[in-house]
Write a protein that binds this ligand. Structure first.
Ligand code: SF4
Ligand code: SF4
Length: 83
């Protein structure tokens, strides 16, 4: 599953540099996660790094982007082979 940031985000910028896929960026109002790039950190780390560092716990699983671990790994391979 890709993760998503809720409107509780305080725009602290702590998560953005932690993302190994550069999936996080500052949006118009709050920070946003590109579901095409978020692998839930599969392939890089055991735990989603952005969730680990967010001080207000406003990063949740996106219900509109449900993916299996295999799909996330396939996304990781696609992303890294392009790099
Ligand atoms: S879960 Fe990992 S890949 Fe997804 S946005 Fe957070 S840090 Fe980036
Ligand atoms: S760490 Fe949390 S509060 Fe800070 S910018 Fe990221 S999502 Fe927003």
């Amino acid at each position: 599953m890709a993760l998503t940031i809720t409107d509780e985000c305080i725009n602290c910028d702590v998560c953005e540099p932690e993302c190994p896929n550069s999936a996080i960026s500052q949006g118009d109002e709050i920070y946003e996660i590109d579901p095409g790039k978020c692998t839930e950190c599969v392939g890089h780390y055991d735990e989603p790094q952005c969730q680990q560092v967010c001080p207000v716990d406003c990063i949740n699983v996106s219900e509109t982007h449900v993916e299996s671990k295999d799909q996330l790994m396939a996304k990781f391979i696609k992303l890294t082979s392009k790099a």
